[in-house]
Each structure stands twice: as C-alpha cells, then as structure tokens.
Ligand binder design. Structure first.
Ligand code: C5P
Length: 432
C-alpha cells in the first residue's frame, strides 16, 4: 500500500510532514489533459526538447511537436515522434501533412504553445509577424498562449535588436521563460542558455490559468484620451496603453470575461478581449457606462485627460495671433462616477504621479471612494510611459503593498492576483 499512497501524493503535488521535515513534492499532473504544442527551432539546445516532451507528458499533457527546417539539422522527427507519442509536423506546404492535420487545425489544437529552444532568428520572425514556416504560421494563427524559451549565444541575446524583439513579443502577451546564464555550447559564458526541460515543464504547469477571476466580468480602461481642439489638433498625454493592455490579458488568463475600452494607442487589441476603441474622455465614459452594469470589477488604467477644450473649432485654428489662450473645461471623472453608483463593481484606479505616488494615491482612494489604487512614479529616470517596465505600489484601506520594478506583463499578472484576493474577500459568496 505504501507505494500507491506515495504515488497519489506525488501526482497531486501535496506537501506532507515527515517528522520535522516538510517534503515539497513537484507540481505533477497540473497539465492533465491539456494540449501542449512544442515548437522546436534550430539550435544546439534542440536536443533538450526530447526531454521536454517527456516531462510535459509526465505532467499529464498531450503533446504534439512542430519542427522548423533548421531544427531538423539538430534532431530527428522520429525521436520526437517516439517521445511525444504523436506524429511530428514539419512542413507548411506538404499536401499529405495538410490532409492529416492542416496548419490551421494545428493552430486551433493546443491549449498552450511552447517554443523551446527559440532561436534569435525565430524570435525576430515572430516579432515581424512572418508566417514563412509551419511553426511561425501556427504562432500567428493560434489563439492559445505562447511561451518562448530563448536559447542563443550571449552576445546575440544582449543585442538591442533581440531585446526589442523579445519585448515586442512580451507586449503581445508571450510568456518569456529564461534564458538561463552559464556555460554555453559555443564555449562562452553568460545569459542565453535554454532553461532546463524540467523547469520549463514546471513553469507551464504552474502558469496554467489560475481561475482566480473565473466567471467574473472585468472591464478595463487603457491608453490616453485625445481631446480635440480643431479637426487637426488635440490635447493628449504620453500613455502608451501597454499597462492597461497587459492587465486585460492577465485578467483573461485568470479566467475572466474581459472588455477593454481603449483610447488611441499603437497596440494590437489583446487576444480574447472584447475591445472598444474610443478617442475622448466623454466617449470613454459612454463606453464604460454601456458595459458597467454587467461588470464585477472595473480596473481604470486609462490616463484620462482631466480637461477638454470648451469648444472644438470647426476649422483649423490659424496662427495669426502671437498668443493663443485656450479655454478648458473639466472632463467627467469616469472612475469616481462608477464608484459613486448605488451598487458599484469592485473599483481599481491607477495614480501616475511625479512625486509621493503612494501618498497621493491614498488621497485619491479616499476622495474617489475606490477599493484599490495602484500608484506609480512618472517623469523620472525610469519613466514608465512607453516603456515595457514599471514599478507599482498598491494602496488600499489595509495599507501598502510594493510590487517592485518588473515588466508590465509580469506586474499585471501579480496585480490581477492581488485584485482577485481583495475582490473575493469583499464578496465571499463569489469565491470560485
Ligand atoms: O485623478 P487622477 O487622474 O490622478 O486619477 C487617476 C485614476 O482615475 C485613474 O484610474 C484614471 O483612469 C481615473 N480617471 C478617470 N477619469 C478621469 C480622470 C481619471 O477615470 N477624468
């Protein structure tokens, strides 16, 4: 009997005490029945992907492998067929393969895509939106989350263009795993080694949708607003929308149904989010009011312009006069208006401040009567406007929680967990 009991504990990943020692068992079985598509690109770390397919199956996943032409120089399809338990897919333009499982079907098949190893070349292709191989086409066509485990020489990893490509993919919601630092196959030492297969499999098992916002409706506002002066010009601010879009994506990953009301940005609408584009604060208010009745949570990330021109001139304002005085009127405060409703959703605001952000966030928490404020410092050396990084402090009636400096994507994930915990504490009947 001893063995089966251990086996059950092992599969459930439980902790159990043995005298004074607590044994933390691995998170096995978390991928039970999940479909994981492993994409392998050309690099010496491709041999590790054999082990990755085995580890994913140990976690209970169903695995299919797609190889790029370069990957086949390092590893054979036959090996991966044996370890994945499924035929390996290689070619975009092979009619036999397309008759079996075509590229669109393959893109629809997975719950999770993991590219391991992801070469610098493949990362650049994804960032450019290319669909020139079966794997890049699947990445473009899939609606499943895509994780990327980079593996390359340390100098290639350090190059500005690679960092930009990785940041681009991350801003689109890709989950970047690693790379590790250490001795490399090329004889150099530094960052660029692919994470170990066991670690990749564990991260994927742990990052399965948490479900902390399961069955909840989340409304997010993001980006700046533009307040027109005339048909040509507008008043606006530096908000890029990246933080709000990352929050919307993180809420989807947590199981929520998400609506996003976005001011003008250069960003792609996040996957699986119903996105409504607006321009001015008044349009943003109307869009929020249209959806607010069904929302359980409002996360107001938008940098809404506080003032708008009293009048929009019908024609372009001429520069005949040496001075020009604009008359501005206050815009509605969308967040405060929602929080003042008779039965408001759980409300979260952001406070971008050039000094004392936490202190000013607390003043807004009280004045706008919201449940949680997220403070961040703007305008300094680490100005988050347009950047992929930010540094957040959560302020509520219980105190302050610093989330520290990190990528907006990772901060958004942590923020969603914090919001979910507070939402469920306030609404115990809604616990998932
Ligand atoms: O007062 P302040 O603009 O700093 O407040 C910031 C918070 O209030 C943000 O969450 C922002 O989205 C929201 N806000 C709003 N409508 C406004 C101004 C700010 O919803 N007119």
């Amino acid at each position: 009997m001893y063995l089966p009991i251990c086996a059950v504990l092992y599969r459930t990943g439980l902790e159990f005490p043995t005298g004074s020692l607590t044994v933390r068992l691995p998170d096995m079985g978390k991928l039970n029945g999940r479909r994981v598509l492993v994409g392998i690109t050309g690099g010496i770390a491709a041999y590790k992907s054999v082990e990755l397919t085995r580890r994913l199956r140990e976690h209970g996943a169903e695995v299919r492998v797609v190889l790029t032409p370069a990957a086949k120089e390092f590893i054979t399809p036959l090996t991966l067929q044996a370890t994945s338990g499924n035929p390996v897919h290689e070619s975009l333009l092979d009619s036999d393969a397309e008759a079996g499982m075509g590229h669109i079907e393959l893109a629809r098949w997975p719950d999770q895509v993991i590219i391991a190893p992801a070469s610098a070349d493949f990362i650049a292709r994804l960032a450019a939106g290319l669909a020139d191989t079966l794997l890049s086409t699947i990445c473009l066509a899939t609606e499943a989350p895509v994780a990327i485990a980079p593996a390359m020489n340390r100098a290639m990893w350090d190059k500005a263009v690679t960092r930009r490509n990785v940041a681009t993919l991350e801003s689109w919601g890709a989950h970047i795993l690693g790379p590790d630092s250490g001795e490399q196959a090329c004889g150099e030492t530094g960052p660029g080694r692919m994470l170990e297969p066991g670690e990749i499999a564990s991260i994927l098992a742990r990052s399965e949708p948490t479900g902390v916002l399961q069955d909840l409706q989340v409304l997010v506002t993001a980006g700046p607003t533009w307040e027109a002066l005339d048909p040509v010009r507008a008043l606006t601010n530096h908000s890029s929308g990246k933080m709000g879009y990352a929050v919307a994506s993180a809420a989807v990953s947590a199981g929520a149904t998400v609506s996003l009301v976005s001011g003008p940005t250069a960003l792609e609408p996040p996957a699986m989010v119903s996105t409504r584009q607006v321009v001015s604060a008044e349009e943003m208010l109307s869009a929020v009011e249209a959806d607010i009745d069904s929302a359980d949570i409002l996360i107001s990330v938008a940098a809404v312009a506080d003032y708008r021109p009293a009048e929009i001139q019908p024609g372009k304002i001429k520069k005949d006069a040496s001075d020009l005085t604009l008359e501005l009127v206050r815009n509605p405060d969308i967040l405060a208006a929602v929080a003042a409703r008779p039965s408001p959703p759980f409300t979260v605001g952001f406070a971008a401040e050039t000094e004392r952000p936490a202190e000013q966030a607390r003043e807004k928490l009280i004045r706008k009567k919201v449940d949680l404020m997220v403070a961040n410092l703007v305008g300094g050396e680490d100005d988050p406007f347009g950047s992929d990084q930010n540094s957040l402090v959560l302020v509520d009636n219980d105190g302050e929680t610093a989330l520290g400096r990190d990528t907006k994507v990772r901060l958004a994930k942590t923020l969603i967990e914090e919001v979910a915990a507070r939402y469920h504490a306030k609404n115990p009947a809604a616990n998932p």
